[in-house]
Design a protein around this ligand. Structure first.
Ligand code: ATR
Length: 278
């Protein structure tokens, strides 16, 4: 099995996806050519067509563009998220799926040992990243989801799209002090890229809380520092989610689920154990 695959987005130069898929391919004994292609709203469709790829990942800011490009040929989870991060070729053209949510849930439950069932969850942000993970959190059995966004109309739209008014609640940022404690707090905003997160009340978290930032590296530092100061026992960045969403995409393309712990360790600098072809 061979093939050309790519991740599209902007900025894309520092994407870890080519490295992750190269490690998965070595592990599976597949000769894989996976590259990063810089593309924006204006040139994504043309660059995708010109690339000759058999499948693609799509990242910021193109997940909604990819959803539109599939013209309805999308999985149920991508439809609910309104966003596509994985493209597969089928007889009708491009088929879209979204592996971000399952990747987050797998990282939290299996790598970090968190039980999501009956948890009270705060989701900060209502953009593409938030939409990608909300359906999978609900499917994982959380008790309730509070979507809090600077622009409260966008929070309303996300909550409406989930179609579970009893479990999903939309609020503006000014409502945060009155919301009480959460079991899980998720930063799905792009605030680290566009300035800074507005102040968060310490009362949102307790010693029983876990916090996750969907970004990793420098972009996750501020929120995770706040989470530790607020007492959260778990404060994790989005690197594990990145590896797990990639594994789920790899499964869709190649029919094999790669082992992810060695890849995660290699990327987080905790080990040099690249997974080998055997
Ligand atoms: P992404 O695909 O990363 O979600 P997006 O669709 O542009 O990107 O959404 C960015 C999210 O981060 C939005 O929820 C945005 O809030 P608004 O809808 O109110 O713009 C949020 N965000 C960005 N910068 C922020 C900041 N400085 N403070 C709070 N929220 C911010």
């Amino acid at each position: 099995m061979t093939g050309r695959y790519a991740v599209f987005g902007t900025p894309i130069a520092h994407s870890q996806s080519p490295r992750i898929h190269a490690m998965f391919a070595r592990q599976a004994g597949i000769a894989l050519d996976y590259v990063a292609i810089e593309a924006g709203h204006d040139d994504f469709a043309a660059k995708l067509a010109a690339s000759g790829v058999a499948g693609a990942n799509v990242t910021l800011p193109l997940k909604e563009d990819a959803f539109a490009l599939c013209a309805g040929n999308v999985s149920a989870r991508a439809r609910r998220a309104g966003a596509v991060n994985t493209l597969l070729r089928d007889n009708e053209g491009w088929r879209g799926d979204n592996t971000d949510g399952p990747g987050l849930v797998r990282d939290l439950t299996e790598r970090h040992g968190l039980d999501l069932r009956e948890r009270r969850v705060l989701l900060l942000g209502a953009g593409g990243a938030a939409r990608g993970v909300a359906p999978a959190l609900l499917d994982a059995g959380i008790h309730s989801l509070y979507v809090v966004n600077r622009n409260s109309a966008r929070a309303d739209a996300l909550a409406d799209a989930m179609g579970e008014p009893g479990r999903v609640h939309a609020r503006g940022w000014d409502a945060l002090p009155a919301l009480g404690e959460f079991d899980l707090l998720i930063n799905a905003t792009s605030a680290a890229r566009s300035g800074a997160l507005p102040p968060l009340p310490m009362g949102l978290a307790s010693l029983r809380s876990a916090a996750v930032d969907l970004s990793y590296g420098e972009a996750a530092v501020a929120f995770l520092a706040w989470a530790r100061a607020a007492g959260c026992t778990h404060a994790v960045d989005g690197l594990g989610m990145l590896v797990e969403q990639a594994a789920e995409s790899f499964l869709l393309w190649h029919g094999l689920r790669p082992e992810t712990d060695g890849v995660y360790a290699a990327l987080s600098g905790q080990g040099d154990a690249l997974v080998t072809a055997d």
